[in-house]
Structure formats: structure tokens, C-alpha cells
Design a protein around this ligand. Structure first.
Ligand code: C2E
Ligand code: MG
Ligand code: MG
Ligand code: MG
Length: 292
């Protein structure tokens, strides 16, 4: 009956809500200790340079929460919670410091000028010591300019253009590269290009998902790349899964590619091994070119 259905639905809803609250409580009660115990691990996803035979030019740092029992929790399960309770600022700074240390150790033994990108949440730009923290860690690990990229999401740009613009200018004077993540997913992408003194845009993953609008997406992507080039902004395409997409992006002049087509995010140590093993680039590793 209708009434019984309604009761089942209500029972279901209150159950999922209760479970969500339990889930949030559990995560919030564990996060501080998890940070202290080093449970937040740095994964790195390689990024390749289209102008150099898809040689790995760096990677994006992506957090994974590895519980003491070994289970790994993906960021989408806890980042939104940390963004609501403010803990994201601490986590981002921890990840950033880990990335700087990693680069410092790498440069001690290698000349290949690899670079790392880290995600920075909207909350941090409102902190008084935002710039001074990032600059002090960069200096502590004696990193040269242009090896660290800070990724800001586009939604943030919409909310506070003026503040973000000022912060990015200042970061630039300290040798940071700044990028807009998930570019094209928000509502004011063109304004973002005009207002923010960024060096890089990362095209949103949604442009590359299969669907009815795939041809339209390609037209839009090729024009964004053209636009970015004229503004001297580098373009990263992320979420690339098919060789076919790689050929297309190369033809459009896209500079950097990140996606499962080359590699998934991996523990930082595996990324180091990959760099040592593969100085030539992915096309040199048995990956077939279109002409083959
Ligand atoms: P994002 O910054 O846009 O990172 C790219 C996401 O796309 C990553 O998901 C990556 O694994 C995924 N990806 C890359 N290539 C492919 C592909 O070919 N196919 C598919 N299906 N996915 C691909 P991940 O690692 O799960 O991270 C999700 C989001 O969580 C990130 O999106 C970022 O917004 C956030 N995040 C991750 N680590 C951090 C962090 O340390 N701090 C902050 N503030 N946010 C983070
Ligand atoms: Mg990112
Ligand atoms: Mg992001
Ligand atoms: Mg993204």
C-alpha cells in the first residue's frame, strides 16, 4: 500500500542520514590522530610532456588515507568533510610539506628537474599566514623556482576573484606556479582567464568523459587550448584514458597530459622508481603512436 511504501521510504532515509552522521563523526574523531600517525599518504600521478615524447615532467600529489589496518580511503570520502570542519588547511599544508621534502630528496641525487603540483583548498587563502607558510617551507627545503605548482579549484575563483588574484601574484613573486583546477566546470571560466595571473589551467575531467556531446566537447577543448596559448597559459588535460584522446590533444597543442592512459596515482616511492626506469617517455615504452 501507499502508506507502507511511505513508511519504508522514511525508514530508509532516516537510516542513511543516521549512517552519514555516524560516518562524519567517525572521520572527525580520527583525523587528528591519523595526521599525527602519518596515515595520510602522498600518492603521485605522473604528468607527461607532449612536446617531449611524453616524458614524465612531474606529477600531481593526491592524498590517500591509509588506516592502520591497511584499508585505503579515497579523498572524495573525507576531503568534503575536512572542507566543512576546516581540517583541510592542516592536511593541505602537511601534503605540501611532504611534497617539498620529496623534491628536496630527489634533487639531491638527480638532475632531471621534475615538478610537483599540490591541491590547495579555498579555506587556506583566508588564513593570515597562508603565503608565509608556503614560502617558508619552500625555503626550508631549498627548492628552486617553478618546481612547485599550487592548484586552486575553479569554484574558489568564482567566489573571491580579487583576493585569490592578489594571493596568486604574491605567490608568483616567490617562484610558485599557480593553476586553476577543474577548469571549465564552473560558470566564469573566461573571466578566470582574464582576472587571475595564473600560469596553468587544468581542463576539467568532464570534457573527456564519453557521451553524446563528445564532438562538441572536442571543439570547446581545442578552442580553450588555443585561447590559453595566446594568453601564455600552459594547458594540462587530466582524466585522459584513451590513446585516441592523446592524439587529439597533441594536435590541439595541449602541453601536458595526466590520466589513466599513462598511469594511475601511485605511492610516492613507486613514482620515484618509475622516474628512474623511464627517462625517455611513455611513447618510448611500447606505447604505440598513431602512425605505427
Ligand atoms: P583533482 O585535484 O581534480 O584530481 C584529479 C582526480 O582525477 C584524482 O582523483 C585522479 O585520481 C583522478 N584521475 C586522474 N586521471 C584519471 C582518469 O584517467 N580517469 C579517471 N576516472 N580519473 C582520473 P582522486 O585522487 O580520487 O582525488 C579526487 C579529488 O580530491 C581531487 O581532484 C582533489 O580535488 C581532491 N584532493 C585529493 N588530494 C587532495 C589534497 O591533498 N588536498 C585537497 N585540498 N584536495 C585533494
Ligand atoms: Mg588537482
Ligand atoms: Mg581539485
Ligand atoms: Mg581536477
Amino acid at each position: 500500500s501507499i502508506k507502507a511504501n511511505r513508511e519504508i521510504r522514511q525508514a530508509f532515509y532516516s537510516d542513511t542520514i543516521r549512517q552519514n552522521i555516524l560516518h562524519v563523526n567517525e572521520i572527525e574523531s580520527q583525523m587528528q590522530l591519523a595526521l599525527k600517525n602519518g596515515e595520510f599518504k602522498m600518492y603521485i600521478q605522473p604528468k607527461t610532456d607532449t612536446h617531449h615524447n611524453h616524458r614524465i615532467m612531474g606529477g600531481e600529489v593526491l592524498v590517500r588515507w591509509q588506516k592502520s589496518d591497511g584499508t585505503i580511503i579515497p579523498p572524495n570520502d573525507f576531503i568534503p568533510i575536512f572542507e566543512r570542519n576546516g581540517f583541510i588547511v592542516l592536511l593541505d599544508r602537511y601534503m605540501f610539506a611532504s611534497a617539498c621534502k620529496w623534491l628536496h630528496d630527489y634533487f639531491e641525487n638527480h638532475t632531471h628537474r621534475i615538478h610537483l603540483a599540490v591541491n590547495v583548498s579555498r579555506l587556506d587563502i583566508f588564513q593570515e599566514d597562508f603565503i608565509s607558510y608556503y614560502v617558508s617551507i619552500k625555503e626550508q627545503y631549498e627548492l628552486c623556482d617553478d618546481v612547485i605548482e599550487l592548484e586552486f579549484t575553479e569554484s574558489l575563483a568564482i567566489e573571491d576573484h580579487a583576493l585569490l588574484s592578489a594571493k596568486i601574484s604574491e605567490l608568483r613573486t616567490h617562484g610558485f606556479l599557480c593553476s586553476i583546477d577543474d577548469f571549465g566546470a564552473g560558470y566564469s571560466s573566461l573571466n578566470t582567464l582574464k582576472e587571475l595571473p595564473i600560469q596553468v589551467i587544468k581542463l576539467d575531467i568532464l570534457f573527456f568523459r564519453k557521451g553524446a556531446s563528445i564532438e562538441k566537447a572536442r571543439i570547446i577543448v581545442s578552442h580553450i587550448i588555443h585561447l590559453a596559448k595566446q594568453l601564455h597559459i600552459a594547458v594540462v588535460a587530466e582524466g585522459i584514458e584513451e590513446p585516441d584522446q592523446v592524439y587529439f590533444l597533441e594536435k590541439c597543442g595541449c602541453d601536458i597530459i595526466q590520466g589513466y592512459v599513462f598511469a594511475k596515482p601511485m605511492p610516492a616511492n613507486d613514482f620515484k622508481k618509475l622516474l628512474l626506469k623511464d627517462p625517455v617517455g611513455y611513447w618510448g615504452e611500447g606505447f604505440l603512436k598513431e602512425s605505427d
